[in-house]
Write a protein that binds this ligand. Sequence first.
Ligand code: FDA
Length: 309
Amino acid sequence: MLEAISKSVFHALAGSAAITRLASRYGMAGERAFARRFIAGERIEDAIAAARAIEGRGLTHTLDYLGESVTSAEAAAAAADEYAGIIERVTAAGIGRNVSLKLTQLGLDLGNEIAAGNLRRILEPAARHEFFVRIDMENSPYTDRTLDIFERMWRDGFRNAGVVLQSALHRSERDLQRMLALGARVRLVKGAYKEPADIAWQRKSEVDAAYVRMMDLLLREGQYPALATHDPEIIRLARERVAQLGIQRTGFEFQMLYGIRRDLQAALAAEGYGVRVYIPFGREWFPYFMRRLGERPANVGFALRQLVG
Ligand code: FDA
């Protein structure tokens, strides 16, 4: 219940223009930059520096150029250009080649064709440079369209892309079957959005139970599964299951967000598990930041202490 309320409050705040302005002024610059714990910075150089540090600790990463809910075709095309530039910069930097993106950033609100066209403009250079492109999953109005566009790319022969499924949604267990039938790579998450009760589990215990059911199937039948969670109990169960199934520690990966449970990231990597850190960067960091606060209201205290401390 509390989780549902805090998600709604932070989603509402994320839509406030005044708060967005305030945050852009103080969130990322200077010593008191309260968003810096969760966001690598506003520029690609910041992301590359963060990625190098993460590689230095024996972890891998995926870079996310922040942006979503784009409302003009020009802005959507500009985001695709930006990603093409990131692919060049990352290749030149010689760091790991893996990016994450959102289809509303590529114009999904303007129609499937625009988003699919922009995605293709990213997947082509990504394939040439051997990048993996993860298509993040947004809130439920986009689930079908995201999976459909992904499937279209898959049919067109792009094998360098994968999807995300959210255990919070009732439909996801069926979607997992669909993705397993394709042979597609899946990142499993709990789901960061507030969703209605007729389509989504509302209690943490239900979301967690669905996660464990999906994780089990994904580990047994999936292609290089990505288990994205910071939940210690689920991670314990995953380790147990992997050992029972005889899966190598490098045959799947744990994924966690930049700045969250760095201790656990390092401990798992030290034990030989694959651990990928999701590194967000860019000027449009506010909605992402608010979702992180919504997941864990204690982070508000952390952000305020940075600001006034
Ligand atoms: P849960 O929220 O139950 O938290 C378990 C524990 O983890 C907490 O007790 C705390 O210790 C720690 N923790 C979790 N969140 C924290 C935070 N914000 N700050 C500090 N500690 C925290 N969602 C989505 O809808 N679409 C997507 O594409 C993605 N992509 C994605 C990629 C990666 C790599 C990760 C790790 C997560 C996502 N998510 C996502 C977000 C995901 O759906 C979910 O909201 C968060 O991971 C939080 O859920 P946990 O599984 O960590 O469990």
